[in-house]
Design a protein. Structure first.
Length: 350
């Protein structure tokens, strides 16, 4: 059998099996100071306890929070501040979970948070995934430009590196930078955008543009003449990538081989280097294994995913491709038409 052959060929599948676990809830947004997320069932409310309300929010429930005592766990996927679960669901709080985000630095920072809990099969049976939702008070359309402003007390030559929603300085010569502050109007995209100085200064130069080779980092060189034991600042500006433009496609290569025994219809979710299967109809999936050649990229547009059935009597197809809207998650389905269960092996390329 092909499944047994796969287990005997580590040279062909060099990456070991990865634990299959994905979050039940994902949230993204821009935070300045303190914001709290309140989750009950499949509803979310956001409150600003200090500072301004969160902006550019979007969230997705993969399963509702059950009306039962349940230990909620968190994973901070991006964000510079502290994220703490301040309330666990209990009978006393009507099974509410609360997550507090504290962002102490100047300006907004983009946060991405995943929550995990044990789902209730009875509750989830009639529940429908509504996909990604967004804050109706926050515009979803991209603005034409983004800006970041950096300032600090400079005494020497300095290189400032900016990526996503943060900047850090390194000293080429002289004293360390003090009183360093950064403010972003939008995160610097994970894309090849051309950044430029809003105000020309002979002692401040853009050294490197954001490129895939430098993980989309903009580098700005400040010489001693700009600082000279005083405050120095610059503002970078860029045009946001066109959301409607079709990204350049990259050739697909094998990323994963999934195997398992399926009876009915099963949906498999792939994100990063993990998978999780969901039975849509039929019996439970057994003998499930995932062998990764490489993780599914979390911030790469233009992928050309494909699935190829290696074993099994039914059909296999992709139902959702990875994109920014679904946090770069790939979904494929296996539909087994026969009686009983059958062994499947599926190659997924991207």
């Amino acid at each position: 059998m092909i499944i047994r052959a796969l287990a005997l060929l580590p040279a062909i599948l060099p990456i070991c099996m990865v634990a299959a676990e994905v979050p039940q809830f994902l949230w993204e947004g821009d935070v300045d100071q303190t914001v709290t997320l309140y989750i009950r069932g499949d509803q979310l409310k956001t409150a600003s306890t200090r500072g301004v309300p969160a902006e550019h929010q979007r969230w997705r429930f993969f399963r509702p929070l059950p009306d039962s005592r349940n230990g909620v766990r968190q994973e901070v996927q991006s964000g510079r501040g502290a994220v703490v679960i301040t309330q666990q669901p209990t009978l006393a709080n009507s099974y509410l979970a609360a997550v507090q985000i504290d962002d102490p630095q100047d300006g907004r920072s983009h946060y991405s948070i995943a929550l995990y809990w044990e789902s209730d099969p009875d509750t989830a049976h009639n529940w429908k995934d509504r996909g990604w939702q967004s804050d109706s008070s926050a515009p979803r359309a991209k603005t034409p430009t983004g800006r970041l402003t950096w300032r600090g007390h400079v005494d020497g030559d300095v290189m400032v590196e900016c990526q996503s929603t943060s900047c850090r300085s390194s000293v080429i010569g002289g004293m360390p930078v003090s009183r360093e502050r950064t403010r972003f109007t939008r995160p610097l995209p994970q894309a090849e955008v051309a950044v430029s100085l809003v105000t020309a200064n002979p002692y401040i130069q853009v050294q490197d543009q954001p490129l895939p080779s430098n993980d989309y980092t903009a580098r700005v060189r400040i010489t001693d003449e700009c600082g000279g034991k005083k405050d120095c600042s610059f503002t970078l500006e860029w045009r946001q990538p066109d959301a409607e433009a079709t990204p350049e496609k990259t050739p697909a290569q094998r990323g994963l081989v999934w195997s398992g025994r399926v009876s009915g219809t099963v949906r498999v979710m792939v994100r990063g280097a993990s998978t999780m299967s969901e039975v849509l109809s039929g019996g439970p999936t057994t003998n499930e294994q995932s062998f990764f050649d490489r993780p599914l990229p979390l911030r790469q547009a233009g992928l050309t995913p494909a699935v190829r059935k290696l074993q099994g009597r039914g059909d296999v197809s992709i139902v959702e491709e990875p994109s920014e809207k679904n946090s770069y998650t790939l979904l494929f389905e296996i539909r087994d038409p026969g009686r009983g269960a059958d062994d499947y092996a599926v190659e997924v390329d991207w």
